[in-house]
Design a protein around this ligand. Sequence first.
Ligand code: GDP
Ligand code: MG
Length: 162
Amino acid sequence: MTPVIALVGRPNVGKSTLFNRLTRSRDALVADFPGLTRDRKYGNGVLGGKAYTVIDTGGISGDEEGIDAAMAEQSLVAIDEADIVLFLVDARAGLNVADQAIANHLRVNQKKTWLVVNKTDGLDEPSAVAEFWELGLGEPRPIAAAHGRNVTALIDEVLSPF
Ligand code: GDP
Ligand code: MG
């Protein structure tokens, strides 16, 4: 069975940018403002001969009302559908209370979760990830989705049990 990878996290952390890189598509809208992806988007990719499916989501702000609540709901459905969850946080924005709220949900979820620190381009990786250890989701993994930094190595590792 093809493994399903869900991309979750606050709006604007780079989920759609990573989705586009993993699926080589332009289907997911990437914007300079948060919350553009309102529904789940599905794409497929192959790495090292292994096929996978990726789900892009609108994001969880941790403080949901109205359309944000619907987006958060989509994220919960995506987590349910996934074999693997990539929880993205933003190295430039730093650790945020909304990240804590999402982490609390993911910690009680049974799904294999990877904590992915995006936008580390131009940053020292160990310093960029340091504050995210306290989310209690294991080793924070630095990437730069926009530039491809560490992305192939991460996905290779994520897919290794499949
Ligand atoms: P989403 O709301 O989580 O889907 O985030 P997007 O993929 O739409 O990206 C939000 C913003 O972050 C856009 O302006 C992207 O160009 C920018 N971005 C995404 N990945 C990176 C990255 O690796 N480095 C930097 N510096 N910016 C990024
Ligand atoms: Mg998006």
